[in-house]
Design a protein around this ligand. Structure first.
Ligand code: PRP
Ligand code: URA
Length: 209
């Protein structure tokens, strides 16, 4: 069964407050999303495997640990997921980045895929799918389907804000995918927006309306 992790770190919660605030402008919004993505990457990589190596400190030989060469694939859901990529790459610079383009049809709220480009060795990588918002869960589920269809075996999903409806939808469709959230909000409104949420993540990141 999928595990759901809600990060309660004070720095994440503090920055999220300003991300939510409608008076936060595009530049600051972008910087804060980048910072929270870095903090979340720190938490999400807790289970990365390590191996022992021997090194020489200036004092003596020593047994120490390094990451054991796990191949990571980072997949932002376009467009808003792009805002989280650089923040994560600061901690996992060797990750390959794939892209999946989806938009929500405003009438049906169903996701429509318009782009997919992934690393060639999909089957060997552990993937982190990122999107600031998990609302109905349609986009996350479609992106995960798209990855699985191409052979991905290990997938985590990471977002800033989730609605309970979206979490349930992903847990049901993909019980093998753990979900990492900075904040679990109250509900969706009639337009499929998260309440209280942050508004339209793509528009706020890129200054569109
Ligand atoms: C937003 C958001 C997610 C999706 C979440 O993207 O970035 O991808 O909605 O909603 P869901 O869980 O109900 O699918 P949007 O479709 O607005 O596209 P954009 O990133 O191009 O603005
Ligand atoms: N997409 C957004 O950008 N915001 C929401 O609240 C829901 C979906």
């Amino acid at each position: 069964m999928a595990k759901v992790y809600v990060f309660d770190h004070p720095l994440i919660q503090h920055k999220l407050t300003y991300i939510r605030d409608k008076n936060t402008g595009t530049k600051e919004f972008r910087e804060l999303v980048d910072e929270v993505a870095t903090l979340m990457a720190f938490e999400i990589t807790r289970d990365m495997p390590l191996e022992d190596i021997t090194i020489e400190t200036p004092v003596c030989p020593a047994q120490s640990k390094v990451l054991s060469g796990k191949k990571i694939g980072l997949v932002p859901i376009l467009r808003a997921g792009i805002g989280m990529v650089d923040g994560i790459l600061k901690l996992i610079p060797a990750a390959k980045v794939g892209h999946i383009g989806l938009y929500r049809d405003p009438e049906t709220l169903k996701p429509v895929e318009y782009y997919a480009k992934l690393p060639s060795d999909v089957e060997e990588r552990d993937f982190i799918v990122v999107d600031p918002m998990l609302a109905t869960g349609g986009s996350a589920n479609e992106a995960i389907n798209s990855l699985k269809k191409r052979g991905a075996k290990h997938i985590k999903f990471m977002c800033l804000i989730a609605a309970p409806e979206g979490v349930e939808a992903v847990k049901t469709a993909h019980p093998d995918v753990d979900i990492y959230i900075a904040a679990l909000d109250e509900k969706l409104n009639d337009h499929g927006y998260i309440v209280p949420g942050l508004g339209d993540a793509g528009d706020r990141l890129f200054g569109t309306k």
